[in-house]
Design a protein around this ligand. Sequence first.
Ligand SMILES: [Zn+2]
Length: 360
Amino acid sequence: MSIKFDIQGRDGQARAGVLRTAHGDIATPSITLNYTKALESWGFVPSDISDARDVILLRNTFWLRERGAEDIREGISWAGPTMADSGGFQMVSLGKHLHQNFSGIGFNLNGKRAFITPHEVVEWGKAAGVDLIMPLDNTVYTMDKNPLKFIWSAFMTAVWHRRSRGIADDRLYYISQGGLNKLARLISLWDARRQLNRGIPAIAIGGLAWNEPRPAMYNTVDFCVKRLPDDKPRHLLGICKPVDILECIKRGIDTFDGIAATREGRHGRVWVSGGKYFDIRNAEFEKDEQVLDPLCDCPTCRSNISRAKLRAGFKQKDHETIRRLMVHNWHHNYSLIKGARAAILSGQLDYYISDYLRNR
Ligand SMILES: [Zn+2]
C-alpha cells in the first residue's frame, strides 16, 4: 500500500497529520522506536512500549541482512508500521577501507569484504514487508572542512536514489544530504523535488546529528523545509533529544528517529518533565523514594520503583534496571511529542515549547 499523508492542523510552520501505511496509521508528529542490537542485548522488547500507540518500529536493513533475516518483524512481536534504514550511516562509522562508487559502498567488516548496492537495500525492504523504506544514502561528517565532500554526498545520494527506483516507489523516501553546506543542500533539494513530483511519497533530511552546533542544525532544517512541497511527510534522521524534537516540530518536521533516549538511559541519564535531566548515579538519589518522574505514566514510573532502587540497580549494572531507564526515557519523548501534537491542534505550540524549556 502506498504511503498517504493528511494534514489535520497547523500552527505556524508546524503541522499535525496522519501518516497512513499498510500496517496502520500514525498520528504525527511522531517518533520511532529504533530497535537496535543494543536494545535487544539489554532485554528491551517492543512490548515494553505497548502502551504507546502511533509508533513506527525502525530496524536496520544492513544488520538484518547480515543475520539472514527475511522479514522486518523477525524475532519480535510487532503488528504496527515499520521503517528500515539502509545502514549507510553505520558503514561510515564502522567500516574500514570504505570505498564508494556509482554502484554502492564497499567496506571491510569483521575481516570480511562487503558491498552494498542501493537496489538491494530497497529490494530487501520490499521483500521484508517494510512500510517505510529509507534508500542507501551517502553521508559526510557534518563538521568536515572540505565543502566538495558535501556536494559529492548530495550528488551520490541522488545517483543512488535513481538506482533505488522502480522496486517499491510507493513507500520509498528521498534522503536530502549536504550537511550544513547550502549549495550542496540546494542541489539535493532540487533533485528531491523532482523525485517527489515523480511519485516518491516522502522525504527525509539526513546528514545532520554529527555534533554540529544546534542553531546551525535548526537553520538547515528550516532551509530544507522551506524548499520542500508542503503535502509530503518529512522525517528527520537521527535526531531525538527533547529540545531538538521541539525545535524541529516547530520548523515542520513530522517524524523523528534516533537512539539518544535509550542510549542516555543505558548510561544512567534520565530525562524528566519540565525539561530537566539528571544522572541516576548521583549521591543525592541514594535515599530518594520518589519515582523517576512523578508526572510520567511510563511502565517504569507506574511500577513505583524508587530512584534509590534504580540507582542501586544501575550501579550493579543490573539489566532490568537499565531496561527500565531506557523505557522511561523513550516514553518521555513519546509523551513530549504527543503533547506537541495536541498543542499544534489547539494553536498553542509556542507556549507548549517555552513552558517545557523554561525550567531547564
Ligand atoms: Zn517514566
